[in-house]
Every structure is written in structure tokens, then in C-alpha cells.
Design a protein around this ligand. Sequence first.
Ligand code: APR
Length: 245
Amino acid sequence: MDNKIQLAAQLIKNSKHTTAFTGAGISVESGIPPFRGVNGLWSKYDPIVLDIDYFYSNPNEAWIKIKEIFYDFFGKAKPNVAHISIANLEKKGLIKSVITQNIDNLHQEAGSEIIYEFHGNSQKLICTNCNKTFNVKNINLDNLPPKCDKCGNVLKPDFVFFGEQIPEYANTMSFNEANNADVFIIIGTTGEVMPASIVPHTAKKNGAKIIEINTQASSYTNSITDIFLQGKATDIMKKIELAIS
Ligand code: APR
């Protein structure tokens, strides 16, 4: 494993444009369960709570579960060593950007600056009628569903529900990064959800070297991954950062 860590570190150190692509696995060691696999959220909750049609027809029932999963739980999570290593490598100019499928805001809190949020962010709520936006910290989630103080309509978390479009800017910038990267680090994702899961394939097609960090094989491991570093994101990212410095 150590020589693979050294190889990955050298690739990043000598790269012109390294981009990190992260999924739920990078936040597991911050206490946020993944969606799939052991203890996955989708084994405890019905994914329908994040279906946009269900939300519009059952805002109250949807909000009760959304609050439980994404606000009561996520709210206390802090960035872990993996998020911080990525931010440190960005400060050294060795990672140019992060594309994340996560909505937990932990890359921002770790200090990363160039972040493209493919599925939006849970910190912002948006009015389903007049599009006024709110910071969730200023909204009392004891009264559900939360209502807009301007027009009285239901507020929705400003992250992407199943059946919704990917935010235009994040989509465009993510594929730009995949086109520009000569090294692409995939961290903690099954690669099962489209269209996010296409992004690493685009990087590969454009000649990027693919480094993958995961506790187990994913849909990328035996298809596009060049260096598979099996293990926890915190352990592996720390070793890579130490090998680079
Ligand atoms: N370190 C590294 N990888 C880990 C760790 C860890 N400590 N723990 C789990 N993993 C890996 C798992 O092996 C799995 O491959 O993280 C991945 C988590 O997979 P998912 O739960 O499917 O998360 P993700 O791929 O990000 O899901 C994509 O699905 O439900 C939607 O919108 C949601 O963004 C999410 C999308």
C-alpha cells in the first residue's frame, strides 16, 4: 500500500491540475452515515422523502424526515482529517478544486475554496413560490413545514431532490474540471447516481490519471481507476499529504 501512496503523492505533486471528486464516504468519519452499504441511510429511510413530487404533495411528512436526517443529525458534524487535507493541498496549489456530491457543507468548513456542489447544499432553504432564500440557521424547524416570511409558501432545502435538475453552474463547472484535470481523485463514492457518476468517466476520457480512495471497491475500481487506495478517507488522505510534504 505504501508504494501506491507514494505513487499517488508523486502524481499529485507533479500534476498541472488535480481535482477531488467526493461522495458520502468522505463524511462518514465526521459521523454522517453513507446513503448505501452498511448502516446506509437508505436502509433506514425511504428515499421517497427526497423525491421532488412526494415533497410537493406531502411537504409536512417529507419535512419531518428531512429534518431528522439532514438537520438534527448533520447539524453537529464537523470536517474530518480528509476534508482538512484536501483544503491544505488546495492552499499549497496542489488541488485546484473539489467537486462534491455531498450537501453537508464540510468542505467549506474545512477551508476549501473552489468547491462545486453537484447536489447543492443543506445550509440554504428556498421558497417554493417566490424563490426567496434563507440560511437554515435563521429558520425555526420546530414548526414544519417552514414557511416563507415574504409570501407564506413552503420552504424547501436548496439541495437537489430526486427528479430535480442539477444546478447549471455546478454541472458546467464540474465537467469543465473533468476536462481540465490531469489527476482526478475519487473519494468515498459508489458511483451509482447519475449524472454525477459520469464526471469521473469524463476525466478518464480526457486522459486524467484516476486515484480512488474507498473502503471497498466501487463502480470505478475495475473500470477507470489507475491507483486504488483501499481504506478510510482520513487515513489515506493524511498519508498522501505527509508523502507530498
Ligand atoms: N472512507 C472512504 N470511503 C468510505 C468510507 C470511509 N470512511 N465509508 C464508506 N465509504 C464509501 C463506501 O464504500 C461507498 O462506496 O463511501 C461510499 C458511499 O456511497 P453512497 O452512500 O452511495 O454515497 P454516494 O456515492 O456519495 O451517493 C451519491 O446518492 O442518494 C444520493 O444524493 C445522494 O449524493 C448522494 C448520491
